[in-house]
Design a protein around this ligand. Structure first.
Ligand code: DAH
Length: 341
């Protein structure tokens, strides 16, 4: 009887399927544990005739070993394959989440547009340093020493001797170009400028300008007007009108401030142009002969015009942006509005 039981149990152990932890536990309880069926058979050895006990004992030990080995082997296999299934629960038929498109910063976009417009009429692009000396920011541009116009620029001074400062306008690049190149000169100089101003919706201590300079023989105020007319119509639309108001800059004579018709209300009057129909976009004039001479250009032979405008100002007018601070806050809700433009 006992031999038959051992044989039957051996078949059961071999046939038992262990595919998961629960089945592993059941196998252990059924066969291997101290209360399992193999242990029960060991208890029966004492009922067997003494001359058979040795053989029964051997066969039972073989069965016990078989069961233990199977338990150990399956346990190891299950542990190895028990890393969580990362793909479980994913639905591969769902459409993918689209990649968000990037946007160019509106100031970079405006600067590029301005450069492209002037490139078409033969202007190249020039740049100068943001840390400047007094000569390039003031003296060469005909600001007399101790002249109040120096105060008006709210300069960040860096050091006294040598006199270094953060440039307050891109007119510095005019000087650098004229010092190193011979006329004819047609150049556009975009760049960052700095002024010691409290930051608000309308003012910032750091902003961008571009400077235009044209030096050749017989350059006239008419050339200046035609050039700026062409520029504002390319940038703001063909129906844009331009107006020159007499003004003063130390480096130009005569000087003018440039207004254009408000392209929001087309000159009718709105809150952007404060009801006047016109908005100011920059300054311009004929390069003062003193400036030409300061830069080594013969003012008897050559004349020229210059202009300077704010890139923030133009961008705000173009896209009706009401607060300067938006340009530097890196708020993606603002920047995303320029996606794909
Ligand atoms: N540099 C002046 C400013 O920052 C702008 C300007 C006015 C530039 C007249 C010019 C010019 O070249 O001719 O306010």
């Amino acid at each position: 009887m006992l031999f038959e039981n051992i044989k039957r149990l051996t078949q059961e152990v071999e046939a038992f399927e262990i595919e998961n932890k629960e089945q592993l536990e059941a196998f252990k309880n059924t066969f291997v544990s101290r209360k399992g069926s193999i242990a029960a058979l060991f208890d029966e050895i004492k009922t067997v005739a003494p001359e058979l006990r040795k053989q029964v004992g051997q066969e039972l030990n073989q069965l016990k070993q078989l069961a233990q080995q199977k338990l150990d082997a399956r346990q190891e296999e299950l542990e190895q394959s028990s890393t969580p299934d990362v793909l479980a629960g994913l639905d591969f038929t769902l459409p993918p989440v689209p990649n968000a498109l990037g946007a160019r910063h509106p100031l970079a976009r405006t600067r590029e547009q301005i450069i492209r417009i002037f490139e078409r009429i033969g202007f190249n692009v020039s740049e100068g340093p943001e840390m400047e000396d007094d000569w390039h920011n003031f003296s060469a541009l005909n600001f007399p020493d101790n002249h109040p116009a120096r105060d008006m620029q709210d300069t960040f001074f860096l050091s006294k001797n040598p006199d270094m400062l953060l440039r307050t306008h891109t007119s510095t690049v005019q000087v650098r170009v004229m010092e190193h190149q011979k006329p004819p000169i047609r150049t556009l100089s975009p760049g960052r400028v700095f002024r010691n101003e409290a930051i608000s919706a309308r003012a910032h201590c750091m902003f961008h300008q571009f400077e235009g300079l044209y030096i050749d023989r017989n350059v006239s105020f008419k050339d200046l007007k035609d050039t700026l007319y062409y520029f504002v119509q390319e940038l703001f639309g063909q129906d844009t009108k331009i107006r020159f108001r007499p003004s003063f800059f130390p480096f130009t004579e005569p000087s003018a401030e440039i207004d254009i018709t408000c392209h929001i209300c087309k000159g009718k009057g709105c809150n952007i142009c404060k009801g006047s129909g016109w908005v100011e976009i920059g300054g311009a004039g004929m390069v003062d002969p003193n400036v030409l001479e300061n830069c080594g250009i013969d003012s008897q032979e050559f004349s020229g015009f210059a202009f300077g405008m704010g890139i923030e100002r133009i961008t705000m007018l173009k896209y009706q942006i009401k607060d300067l601070r938006l340009f530097t806050e890196n708020d993606v809700r603002f920047l995303r509005q320029f996606t794909g433009m």
